[in-house]
Structure formats: structure tokens, C-alpha cells
Design a protein around this ligand. Structure first.
Ligand SMILES: [Fe+2]
Ligand SMILES: [Fe+2]
Length: 278
């Protein structure tokens, strides 16, 4: 089955996020541990996404024009994502200085993965990571109430904008990897590595922020995190298993409807989206 690249459907949105001056790492006051987990994923973005950008850019000369256009549009979206997360992360690190060391560990870990792998393996890693991002979006939309009810709207909107665009470009990295490689073995290895890095660093970041907020010894925080982690695993693992099958293409995955509809309300004149509310 041949599936056309989706370049025309990948706009570049330059969104502005103006955070309140007193923004706290626990921007979801009802469930601070969920903010901490989301913040930890945000900390990973300036390490993971530039890596995907570099490897995809390295592949561009080998791609046919329609796919090259899709890959190029994908790169522009990712560049916006990690730039916005960098600004948000600066606030997090200022509030919770223990995150600085973790940020260095993240840089080292992703740097090692990138250096030790061939271009094909790196493309497989990026493709599998994009499937994880799609799954994360699906899970977050379904659990938006627990994640964002009563939370600060600007960070909530940052995460939902990013996840909505992850859904939008769910096929791009996969198409690039399939054009240059297509090895399911490398895809599976990339998926495992990406998932392990995500799980370890999300856990570590969450623990640092729980400690700095004086909540490390609260059993309820840990119980909520375990329940959510298991629920998330039951979304991501089946999606990854399906995506590693021979004739799978990400376009066969259903888009989370609320996220996709919300993204259509983007106003290019002002660079704004309506504030996310659940
Ligand atoms: Fe992204
Ligand atoms: Fe992405």
C-alpha cells in the first residue's frame, strides 16, 4: 500500500506563551505530581527534538521531493517545540535548581545514543519516538481532566499545543525512516531505548521536583504516579507493538479529535491559540 506524504497538512505555527511571573513548578495545584511529570517530559524536549531534527536533516538529500517537503515541514514544527520548551524549562530550573544536574544527564544520555548509532538506527529511533509522542497525546487527551483541571492555563496550553502537533506530524519521521531503512529490528530497538530513556528521566525529574516541593514522602503522590504510569503504559505499549508490524503506517492511527479541533483555532495573525480548558 502506498501512502502519500502529508507535507501540505503540516503548517508552521509560531505560538506565543506568556507565563505568569509567579509560575510555580506545581502549576496543577490539585495534583502537583502530574505537573512534575509533565515538566520532566518538557525538560527532555531540548535534548530529544534537536536530535530528531539533526538526523532527519542528514537524511534530506536522499529523499524524493514530496517526502523531502514533508520532512522539512516536520523539522520546522519540531524547531518551534523545543524552542518553546526551552523557555518554559528556564523557569522550571530557576524554581527547582536540582533540575540543572538532571538536565546535564539528559544531554549526555541523548548525545551518547546519537553518537553510537548509524543514521539508519537514529532515524528508527526518531520514528519510534514519534509513535510514543502520538500515544502520549492520545493518553493525555483522555486524561485531560486529571492533568489540567484547575491548572495554570498557559503551561497546559503549551503541552496541548505540542501534543496536538505531534498528532499532526505522526507520519513524518516514520516516512523518512521507511524511505531510507524500514528495518523493523532497528525500529523495535529504537522504541525500547526511547521508552526507557523517557521513563527513567520522567521518574527522576518528578522525584527532584517532589523533593524540592517537600512532597517526596507523601504516599498519595506516589500512588497517583504509579496508577497513571501503568495506564500510560497500557496506551503506549500496544501502539508501539502495532506500529512495529510489517504493513503498518501511522496514518492508520486515529487522531484524538479534541486536540485536532483545538489546533484549528490557531490565529496566525496573533500567534495565539485559545487557552486550553477541559
Ligand atoms: Fe515535538
Ligand atoms: Fe514530534
Amino acid at each position: 500500500m502506498s501512502i502519500e506524504p502529508e507535507a501540505a497538512a503540516l503548517p508552521t505555527r509560531r505560538v506565543r506563551f506568556d507565563y505568569p511571573a509567579d509560575l510555580q513548578t506545581a502549576w496543577n495545584p490539585r495534583h502537583p505530581e502530574y505537573s512534575f511529570a509533565a515538566n520532566s517530559v518538557s525538560l527532555l524536549m531540548p535534548h530529544a527534538e534537536p536530535y530528531f531534527v539533526r538526523v532527519t536533516r542528514a537524511a534530506l538529500p536522499e529523499l524524493e521531493p514530496p517526502l523531502r517537503a514533508e520532512a522539512d515541514a516536520y523539522l520546522r514544527q519540531e524547531a518551534q517545540h523545543h524552542a518553546q520548551h526551552r523557555k518554559f524549562n528556564d523557569i522550571l530550573v530557576a524554581r527547582s535548581p536540582g533540575l540543572q544536574r538532571l538536565d546535564r544527564w539528559m544531554a549526555r544520555a541523548y548525545g551518547r545514543v546519537e553518537r553510537r548509532r548509524s543514521l539508519r538506527s537514529n532515524l528508527a529511533f526518531a520514528a519510534a519516538s514519534e509513535t510514543i509522542a502520538y500515544s502520549l497525546a492520545r493518553w493525555t487527551e483522555r486524561h485531560a481532566g486529571q492533568m489540567f483541571d484547575g491548572a495554570e492555563p498557559v503551561p497546559s496550553s503549551l503541552f496541548m499545543w505540542h501534543l496536538a502537533e505531534e498528532v499532526e506530524h505522526k507520519s513524518a519521521a516514520f516516512d523518512v525512516w521507511r524511505a531510507l531503512d524500514g528495518s523493523r529490528r532497528r525500529y523495535a530497538a529504537g522504541a525500547i531505548t526511547s521508552l526507557v530513556l523517557l521513563a527513567i528521566f520522567t521518574w527522576l525529574g518528578t522525584m527532584v521536583m517532589l523533593r524540592d516541593a517537600g512532597r517526596l514522602l507523601r504516599p498519595m503522590s506516589h500512588a497517583r504516579l504509579v496508577v497513571s504510569g501503568v495506564s500510560l503504559a497500557f496506551t503506549i505499549l500496544p501502539d508501539l507493538a502495532v506500529s512495529a508490524r510489517k504493513h503498518h503506517h501511522p496514518s492508520q492511527f486515529t487522531d484524538p479529535i479534541l486536540l485536532s479541533n483545538w489546533l484549528h483555532a490557531y490565529d496566525p495573525a496573533t500567534g495565539t491559540l485559545p487557552v486550553w480548558s477541559t
